[in-house]
Write a protein that binds this ligand. Structure first.
Ligand code: 5GP
Length: 203
């Protein structure tokens, strides 16, 4: 159903919880969701592409975007900067499109504060700590030092789950995206996003 205001869904959760897989699974079953691409100073990994995974920036370019007011929120994670671009979000929301973001907890809280009525926050938890560690180590694309930093950061992030509107346990690659879609569909039916419903129906 069409709605009058776009919805911003913010996904957070420690690295290794399968946020990327969850978002990809959602986008497969919900064609009305647009992924907002962030800017980052992190190096491009194999399999990633400019303007698809991220907008890859040098530190100077990133800081320049911040000083020009083009970054809605940003955070530092494992020594790199990541930020949500105003241009990615504003045009979508104005076009009444629904957007999904993958952010750190700090980023998620900043978006919730900036868009209190137009955002919903979802925290993704791994089935267990042991499974989380197994998934992070299983990626094998980083050094031991980087992996240990990610595991420590992950355990810290999990303690923030209570600040989110919803929680999803990433226990199944088929069912978790469906549960996320239920959340988004319920939010789409909210009165605040359908204030002109009678008008649209010709009453
Ligand atoms: P990765 O290096 O694995 O792609 O991302 C590391 C972390 O940065 C993830 O937890 C992801 O949610 C977060 N992240 C990605 N883009 C943004 C952003 O624009 N803002 C914030 N605050 N966090 C982001």
């Amino acid at each position: 159903m069409e709605h009058t205001r776009g919805l911003i869904t913010v996904i957070s959760g420690p690295s290794g919880t399968g946020k990327g897989t969850l978002i990809a699974g959602l986008m497969d079953i919900d064609k009305d969701i647009h992924y907002a691409i962030s800017a980052t100073t992190r190096e491009m990994r194999s399999g990633e592409a400019e303007g698809i995974s991220y907008y890859f920036k040098s530190r100077e370019e990133f800081d320049d975007l911040i000083s020009r007011g083009e970054v809605l929120e940003w955070d530092e994670f494992c020594g790199n900067r990541y930020g949500t671009l105003r241009s990615e979000l504003k045009s979508r929301i104005e076009a009444k499109q629904d957007v999904i973001l993958d952010l750190t907890v700090k980023g998620a809280m900043a978006i919730k504060k900036a868009f209190p009525d137009d955002s919903v926050s979802v925290f993704v938890l791994p089935p267990s700590i042991a499974e989380l560690e197994r998934r992070i180590r299983g990626r094998k694309r980083e050094t031991e030092k980087q992996l240990s930093a990610r595991i420590a950061e992950a355990e810290k992030e999990i303690l923030s789950v209570g600040r989110f509107d919803y929680v999803i346990v990433s226990d199944s690659i088929t069912e978790a995206p469906v549960r996320l879609k239920w959340i988004i569909d319920a939010e789409r039916q909210k009165m605040i996003r359908n204030e002109d419903i009678l008008q649209r129906m010709g009453f």
